[in-house]
Design a protein around this ligand. Structure first.
Ligand code: MLT
Length: 324
């Protein structure tokens, strides 16, 4: 009996300590890890969200770029960080696809994180350097097939969205190209604009400005409907590659074991960011929008990661692309 009373008191003490910690949270700056290079699409989304979250939380949310290995280096860093809410991860669909793409990962994407909420779903675009000799998607496919030994396809490494979309593209046209991996599609875009690589599949958050400015050519958008910010761009379905369908969802995570009330506080700041007019306006310019509030929850994100791992597993296994 005395043992039971002691156990109950101990649990109450731990709970009280937890909620006192949450009340004073955050008392110092928070790091938001982006698992890709600066200047790319994940970085762009993260910086907009981090700025608004800083205002809500009254502490700086500082973006740190940990690029490499298709996003898995940055994700590993957060999986192993202290579970105190001060190290977060803003990652995209690669959180789910890497579970199958990598034979070995130093973390488990389904169980080593505490989801804070979904952020946005970003369409992708098939783009090429300005000088590329194809005026529409059909011509692009014909040219790529005829010149498969010469055409290069940029991506941000195995596990990146650009890798996933490029994989679907090559499968759909039945042609293997030489891929050129970068630490993010920010630096890959610099090389595409400079003409050092030929083709890329990348998110509208990285391609819209370059397409509108005429620095690159665009052929199709990978979502079932057109994107308002690029109204002349056909969908892959209408342009002849219906199998290249992908929207890049982004989520915000803390390490597993982060106290629930800290996760809740971070979720409140995320929800405020998704309602923020500056964030919404910039997202719209870049061809995307925040997810609805009912999708921006820890429960939805945790379940979604698991469901997406299962959804992509057979597709990736079928394509036969793996990394060690
Ligand atoms: C990707 O291809 O996964 C992203 O574009 C990477 C990035 O944000 O640079």
């Amino acid at each position: 009996m005395r043992l039971k009373t002691f156990a109950v008191a101990a649990v109450a003490l731990v709970a009280a300590a937890g909620s006192a910690f949450a009340q004073s949270f955050p008392s110092r700056p928070i790091t938001m890890v982006v698992p890709f290079a600066a200047g790319g699409p994940t970085d762009t989304v993260a910086r907009l969200v981090a700025q608004s979250m800083s205002e809500t939380l009254g502490q700086q949310v500082v973006v740190e770029n940990v690029g490499g290995a298709g996003g898995t280096l940055g994700a590993a860093r957060v999986a192993k960080a202290d579970a105190d809410g001060y190290t977060l991860l803003l990652h995209h669909i690669g959180q789910a696809t890497s579970a199958t793409l990598y034979r070995k990962l130093p973390y488990n994407p389904a169980t080593d994180f505490a989801g804070i909420g979904l952020v946005t779903d970003v369409p992708m675009t098939i783009v090429a350097k300005k000088e590329f000799p194809a005026k529409d998607l059909k011509e692009l496919v014909a040219y790529v097939k005829a010149n498969a030994d010469k055409v290069t396809l940029a991506n941000a490494g195995v596990g990146a969205a650009s890798h996933l979309c490029g994989m679907l593209f090559m499968k759909e046209i039945g042609t293997q190209l030489t891929t050129v991996p970068y630490k993010g599609t920010g630096p890959a875009m610099n090389d595409l604009v400079g003409g050092q690589v030929d083709v890329m599949c990348d998110q509208t958050t990285n391609t819209t400005g370059q397409i509108k400015g005429g620095a690159i050519k665009a052929y199709a958008v990978t979502t079932p409907t057109k994107v308002a910010s690029l109204p002349d761009l056909p969908t892959t379905k209408d342009a002849g590659l219906p199998g290249v369908q992908v929207a890049v969802w982004h989520g915000l995570y803390a390490p597993k074991g982060t106290p629930a009330d800290v996760v809740q506080k971070l979720n409140g700041a995320l929800l405020a960011a998704l309602k923020n007019n500056t964030v919404k306006a910039r997202f719209a310019e870049l061809g995307t929008e925040p997810v609805s509030a009912d999708r921006a929850t820890p429960q939805v994100l945790d379940a979604f990661v698991k469901a997406e791992i299962e959804r992509w597993r057979p597709i990736i296994q079928d394509a036969g692309v793996f990394a060690d």
